[in-house]
Design a protein around this ligand. Structure first.
Ligand code: ASP
Length: 437
């Protein structure tokens, strides 16, 4: 049994959290491959090291002293060293690094030091080997992650090290320069390592006991999802429910490695298991895996008698694409079509878009309705079961929630409904309480 495990920033925020990580690692001999983020917030008003490092770089660029911020970062590292009685003199190593900083220091190199120093401290504390991600997480000349080369390099690393700590979030370009991923990228590093090692499971330790069935700001104490498929997770994440970096899913999904989200502060909780498929489930009235949604969408309706064919729709979609507006849904009628898109995105170009629709499509009428919220009811148990949408719509209707748009993919994994913004929270609560909780 081999587990690749990744700890997020809040799980390595200080000495106390380091101790929790050690207890988790030591409680299971399969936990041999560890990835860490940079130390995160210890409390609500604290700062993530990565944020402080980005701030330092802005100061350097404008020639403003960042001594205070560097001192704050230094003291986070030295406190961990002192409280845990580690030997490595992180203070001096950090000072030496700071002495190299100048206006020309690359932003990526500077911010990657959060993960680098955190991982070196963790490696000593666990008694595992430290491996620098610059050696084995490799980007191509185009700046994109080179998955093939990375896998080869990681396999080589795995031949040499039985137990290791790898800093997340960064790697190197063919020139040797450091390159960071997008924010939250340590999830990706963990997935790459799990895939290269053909691990039995990829554990992603964070500060929640898994993915919740609904947003806790809307539904009081929603239950965590015990099992979810990768496909369902994509639907929920698309609607704004996210605990994982989206790109971290592919490497493990391709290999059929299950991904387990766990809570460092409650290691006894089983968390959420994300798998390719769940077999042999009993039917139940609780057929939703989760409910998520977002506010502030706009419906753009174009009417033209005898439109016949989709020329007008094609032109409108092209125009939206040129303006970088992503369309969430399309509904098509004989004499009209309606598009749903984010109001913020559409808003920047609305007059231009409406004017062009008038010019290029010669419609009878164009209507713009904003203030729409999209709510996604997601669940593998809905698939091929008749009567499900009827139940959902009845429950909403009975409580006075008017449905403005409806979309269901042919895979029947999710039903997405548009409601007025003011009904957003009520709709989520009704769906959760009736069919998920
Ligand atoms: N430390 C980086 C961030 O704050 C990467 C990560 O945490 O995964 O985004």
């Amino acid at each position: 049994m081999l587990k690749a495990i990744k700890f997020g920033g809040s799980s390595v925020a200080g000495a106390e959290q380091f101790a929790r990580v050690k207890a988790i690692v030591e409680s299971d001999p399969a936990r041999r491959l560890v990835v860490v983020s940079a130390a995160g917030k210890r409390s609500g008003d604290d700062h993530k090291l990565t944020d402080l490092l980005y701030l330092c770089h802005a100061h350097l660029t404008y020639g403003v002293s960042c001594g205070d911020i560097l001192a704050q970062i230094r003291s986070r590292f030295t406190a961990i060293r002192e409280e845990l009685g580690l030997r490595w003199d992180v203070g001096t190593a950090f000072d030496e690094y700071c002495a190299t900083l100048s206006r020309d220091t690359s932003q990526d190199e500077l911010v990657s030091r959060g993960e680098y120093f955190t991982a070196r401290l963790m490696a000593e504390y666990l008694g595992y080997d430290f491996v620098d991600a610059a050696e084995c997480v490799l980007f191509g000349f185009d700046g994109e992650l080179d998955r093939e080369k990375t896998e080869e390099a990681l396999r080589e690393v795995l031949r040499r090290h039985d137990t290791l700590v790898l800093p997340g979030f960064y790697g190197s370009l063919p020139s040797g320069r450091i390159r960071v991923m997008s924010r939250g990228g340590s999830d990706i590093t963990g997935a790459l390592l799990a895939a290269a090692a053909d691990a039995d499971v990829y554990e992603n330790w964070t500060d929640v006991s898994g993915i919740l069935m609904a947003d806790p700001k809307i539904v009081p104490n929603p239950r965590p999802i015990a099992k979810i498929t990768y496909a369902e997770l994509r639907e929920l994440a698309f609607m704004g429910a996210s605990v994982l970096h989206e790109e971290s899913i592919l490497p493990v999904k391709e290999r059929g490695i299950p991904l387990n989200i766990r809570n460092t502060n409650r290691p006894g909780d089983e968390g959420t298991m994300i798998v390719e498929e769940v077999a042999g489930e009993a039917e139940s009235e609780r057929f939703l895996t989760g409910v998520a949604g977002r506010r502030n969408f706009t419906v753009l309706t174009v009417r033209k008698r005898d439109m016949r064919g989709s020329e007008e729709l094609r032109r409108t979609l092209e125009m939206l694409d040129e303006c970088h507006v992503q369309v969430e849904h399309i509904t098509l009628g004989l004499d009209s079509f309606a598009l749903v898109a984010s109001s913020a995105k559409l808003g920047e170009n609305l007059y231009h878009i409406v004017a062009r629709i008038h010019r290029d499509c010669r419609p009878d009428d164009v209507q713009v309705q904003d203030g729409i919220a999209l709510v996604a009811a997601v669940g593998r148990k809905m698939t091929f079961r008749p009567g499900i949408s009827g139940k959902l719509f009845r429950a909403l209707g009975e409580q006075g929630v008017n449905i403005r748009t409806i979309a269901q993919g042919a895979d029947e994994l999710s039903i997405i409904i548009g409601v007025d913004n003011r009904h957003f929270e009520t709709a989520i609560r009704i769906l959760y309480e009736g069919f998920a909780g």
